[in-house]
Design a protein around this ligand. Structure first.
Ligand code: HXC
Length: 257
């Protein structure tokens, strides 16, 4: 499958998706969204694929939603079409995905990175929600996910001033899992993705559901939900294999059942 604005490759069990609109610093227009929805649906539906890495270029992960495309839209057009609503289909992906961010991740770019299960950043990464400078606000989840990721003080400051956060501050604040040298970013993200792809598939799905539940549920409901999923895995062949392999001091061999 080829895409107008993405380069998609499969490396064994890992799908690598590169945003590819260099002339606009990967600004997210409606074609990018349509391509992302198709690429993520293909990934989610392909049993051979176990993890996905989403990246941009060295200069820009994505410099935001496409300002030129949006600028003349009316309220009726934006609201009527539920503009950006399509991103819910990206976040509905049940399998894990990692954002590998180098350079600018601004506005919608920062918000797209935060849709990932976690972010690995290069030391050149710059995160920001500069929408306020355009007389609008975050519109792809930034005001919600940034607060959950780094807390109210920094999130509010960033959204109200539009200032950028560098990679070191992003790591310190908990926005990113890890910072690596720019030249190693994609290799490091792929290595991490391959490690996840090598885990028992049902357990991977369950972990993602559990951690996501922490953002949606009360603590007691979340802990009950976690425990039930944990109990449920004892109905899987891979749980028997994983624990038998540990006792026998050999690596587990997964069937995904
Ligand atoms: C459309 C964009 C773009 C964007 C860059 N470009 N960002 N086009 N939408 N978000 C285009 C530029 O117009 C230019 O095209 C080309 O990409 C290169 O950009 P330059 O500005 O020349 O590059 P540089 O000087 O290196 O500056 C990089 C930058 C700057 C600091 C990232 O481009 C910038 O500030 N971009 C906008 C960042 C932003 O405000 N993002 C939030 C968007 S709103 P030409 O044709 O001139 O060469 C958003 C909304 C979410 O995401 C929800 C609210 C509605």
């Amino acid at each position: 499958m080829t895409y107008e604005t993405l380069i998609v490759e499969q490396h064994d069990a890992v799908t690598l998706v590169r945003l590819n609109r260099p002339q606009a610093l990967n600004a997210l227009n409606s074609q990018v969204l349509a391509d992302l929805i198709a690429a993520f649906a293909a990934y989610d539906g392909d049993a051979s694929q176990r993890c996905l890495v989403l990246t941009g270029s060295e200069k820009a992960f994505a410099a935001g939603a496409d300002i030129k495309e949006m600028s003349d839209q009316s309220f009726a057009e934006m609201y009527g079409a539920n503009f950006f609503g399509g991103y819910d289909r990206v976040t509905a992906t049940r399998k894990p995905f990692i954002a590998a961010v180098s350079g600018f991740a601004l506005g919608g770019g920062c918000e797209l990175a935060m849709m990932a299960d976690f972010i690995i950043a290069s030391d050149t990464a710059k995160f920001g929600q500069p929408e306020i400078k355009l007389a609008v606000t975050p519109g792809m989840g930034g005001s919600q996910r940034l607060v959950r990721a780094i807390g109210k003080a920094k999130a509010m400051e960033m959204c109200l001033t539009g200032r950028m956060m560098d990679a070191a501050e992003a790591e310190r604040s908990g926005l990113v899992a890890r910072v690596v040298p720019a030249a190693e970013l994609v290799d490091e993200a792929m290595k991490t993705a391959k490690a996840i792809a090598g885990m028992a598939p049902l357990a991977v799905l369950a972990v993602k559901e559990q951690v996501e539940a922490a953002f949606e549920m009360t603590l007691s409901a979340g802990i009950r939900f976690e425990r039930r999923l944990f109990h449920g895995l004892f109905g899987s062949a891979d749980q028997k294999e994983g624990m038998a392999a540990f006792v026998a001091k050999r690596p587990g061999v997964w069937t995904g059942t």
